[in-house]
Write a protein that binds this ligand. Structure first.
Ligand code: NCD
Ligand code: ZN
Length: 346
């Protein structure tokens, strides 16, 4: 008996952390094997804040690719309170930078250089609106008085609605959404607003943080939410609505920096970057909608051509290794030691 196969247009990853140096060399192959392109996050130390820095980083990524790979990194700038509006014009004129990333200062890994006060970047946002350069939002407030599970909802109310009112033409992607509130906001938004959804937020709810004990490898930003929110994300991802597309947010951290008294946020999923989404779509009987979510809605939003070549997935389980190498250390990938239901054939 032959296993079920699924052939789709080669997907892209619209939210990815590749890191730098030896860590970059350790992980980039996983993404390049599956995805044609990826929007590469700029949260290095120091951040990738200028077009010149983005182009140098892009070259370091290309230098690490396996021989013959056609993978294209799509670069982003890290928005700081010192970003000059002229940098936006330079980014638009470049053929390497495709978006600008907003991190609220203190919200997540390497966000110290992020924005404290949105009003301080209004001139930059005006330039982005004018040049149609998308703003990618880490949509969480950092106010310690706000419950960690409510930080996305409160960000939408306090910051996103006013931002949208002030810059109605600004192209925005609410990244790695985790709540029904975000789904509802994006579903009813105009076409210049979109959202990415990770595989881990489609497959896990917050119980995964405490299964028999604390599970640091399931800790990420924004934190996993309750089951009703996971259901809303699954519904949105599999709805066929072009507002929603694939962004893994695969974020490698060395094992010892997660298994510690104050562990880093981030799940590594690039090793099964499309296979995990296939599992999620299969759960709700909508594998037929995977291609649009993974391969069409993203390029359509970014006004880039859809990919021409195809990949083949097969419903043959495989066991994820306990660890993968990461720059002289190791990283514990999602599903470490357990099965993923779908395999990449080619
Ligand atoms: C990301 C990282 O490690 O860079 N971590 C995460 O939990 N998602 C940063 C981010 O996207 O928030
Ligand atoms: Zn991220």
């Amino acid at each position: 008996m032959t296993s079920t196969r699924l052939e789709i247009t080669r997907p892209d990853d619209w939210h990815l952390h590749l890191r730098d140096g030896d860590a970059l060399a350790s992980v980039v192959g996983h993404t390049a094997e599956r995805f044609a392109r990826a929007i590469v996050m700029p949260n290095l130390k120091p951040p990738v804040a200028t077009v010149a820095q983005a182009e140098a980083y892009r070259q370091r990524i290309l230098d690490c690719l396996p021989a013959g790979s056609a993978f294209q990194p799509l670069m982003t700038l890290y928005l700081t309170e010192d970003t000059a509006p002229e940098e936006i014009a330079r980014a638009k004129a470049s053929d390497s930078v495709f978006a600008v990333k907003y991190y609220p200062a203190g919200a997540t890994t390497n966000s110290q250089s992020g924005v404290r006060e949105l009003s301080r970047v209004h001139a930059v946002l005006e330039a982005m609106e004018k040049h149609a350069l998308p703003l990618l939002l880490h949509g969480e407030v950092t106010d310690p008085a706000v419950d960690i599970f409510d930080r996305e909802q409160i960000f939408i109310e306090r910051h996103l609605l006013p931002l949208q009112a002030r810059f109605p033409g600004l192209r925005m992607v609410l990244e790695h959404i985790t709540t029904k509130h975000a789904v509802d906001f994006v579903t009813s938004a105009p076409a210049n607003v979109a959202a990415t959804i990770t595989a881990h937020h489609l497959l896990l709810n917050r119980n995964a943080l405490f299964e028999g004990g604390i599970r640091p490898h399931n800790y990420c930003a924004p934190i996993l939410k309750r089951e009703t929110h996971r259901q809303a994300l699954l519904e949105a991802a599999t709805s066929g609505d072009p507002h929603f597309f694939l962004g893994t947010d695969s974020a490698p951290h060395a094992r010892e920096t997660k298994e510690t008294s104050c562990g880093c946020a981030g799940l590594y999923t690039a090793h099964a970057g499309i296979e995990l989404y296939a599992e999620a779509f299969e759960q709700v009987g909508r594998l037929d909608r995977l291609e649009a979510f993974a391969s069409f809605h993203g390029p359509d939003f970014y006004r880039l051509p859809r990919n021409q070549d195809r990949i083949m997935l097969e419903r043959t389980p495989w066991t994820v290794p306990a660890t993968i190498p990461l720059a002289g250390s190791t990283c514990v990938p999602m599903r470490a030691g357990d099965a993923v239901a779908w395999s990449l054939v080619r």
